[in-house]
Design a protein around this ligand. Structure first.
Ligand code: NAD
Length: 270
């Protein structure tokens, strides 16, 4: 693994960007080469470390994207799709690796990312938590070994501000189980139950959602059999776990062949 990898953070003024600046401060192998955000935001010019609540890093928040890409070996992007699409051609032109944490891309935007990945190494994951990615692997193993005789139910809890349900991570967990059982989630998912539901259909995967308080994100997948049940649970307690996972990807990516990778590749779980 390369020592002292220079990282540019795109979206460094945001919640994840600040968590990344904090996490880099605890990573001796990585250095903060640039901190970029949108033109016009009031935080421009402030030291990225100060913004993130750690010691000053000597790197002011800037809107100069080309300079940031030039200064870095790897760009880590947690912005909005327009931010990702703006940095993509700059990374391709200069052969820089890109870690994409931004979510919410349209199909044509995803296609643009796939095309760029023919020229440079790109890691893209909707969830950079190492623990969640390990859970996906555990779920495949459990589903394959336990087989179709166990009923699968997924329960997730998030804070009161979350606007979608079930969470993208719960759906990804459902997909992992469904694939391992030779099913398609779209054909077997049951989202909540009410009233005269009838007996449970053994081929279904059930989802239940809890919303409230400040829960960062809890997910439990239950495999319920005759006389026993297995539960695989992940609980997130801060954004730091996403930041540390994204930095693990940033340390893994330089020197890789062009391609579109995800956290399963980074963690050697494929
Ligand atoms: P946020 O709104 O707090 O921060 C986003 C930052 O990006 C802001 O500072 C904003 O000014 C900046 N930005 C927006 N458009 C930009 C552009 N065109 N160019 C440069 N900067 C731009 O949001 P957040 O909570 O930090 O989340 C950021 C993204 O990361 C979202 O898409 C979110 O869904 C995603 N996310 C992914 C994971 C994961 O594990 N993959 C985890 C958490 C959040």
């Amino acid at each position: 693994m390369t020592a002292n990898i220079r990282i540019a953070i795109l979206g460094a003024g945001g919640r994840m960007g600040r968590a990344l600046v904090q996490a880099i401060a605890g990573e001796p192998r990585l250095s903060l080469a640039a901190a970029v955000d949108r033109a016009g935001i009031p935080e421009l010019g402030i030291d990225a470390g100060t913004l993130a609540g750690v010691a000053p890093r000597g790197v002011p928040l800037s809107a100069d994207l080309p300079a940031a890409v030039r200064a870095a070996e790897v760009v880590v992007d947690f912005t909005r799709p327009e931010g990702t699409l703006a940095v993509l051609p700059l990374c391709v032109a200069s052969g820089k690796a890109l870690v994409i944490g931004t979510t919410g891309f349209t199909a044509p935007q995803k296609q643009a990312i796939e095309e760029a990945a023919r020229r440079i190494p790109i890691c893209m994951a909707a969830n950079y938590s190492v623990g969640v990615n390990v859970c996906l692997q555990l779920l495949r193993t459990a589903a394959q070994a336990l087989g179709p005789g166990y009923d699968v139910e997924i329960v997730e809890a998030h804070h009161r501000h979350k606007v979608d349900a079930p969470s993208g991570t719960a759906l990804r967990m459902g997909e992992a189980v469904a694939e391992a059982l030779g099913r398609k989630l779209a054909d077997c998912a049951v989202y909540g139950r009410e009233g005269q539901t009838g007996a449970r259909d053994g081929r279904t995967i059930g989802f239940a959602t809890v919303r409230g308080g400040d829960v960062v994100g809890d997910h439990t997948v239950m495999f319920l059999g005759e006389g026993e049940r297995v539960e695989i649970t992940h609980k997130a307690s801060s954004r730091g776990n996403f930041a540390r996972g994204a930095l693990r990807a940033a340390a893994w990516l330089p020197g890789r062949a062009p391609g579109l990778y995800d956290m399963q590749d980074v963690l050697g779980l494929r």
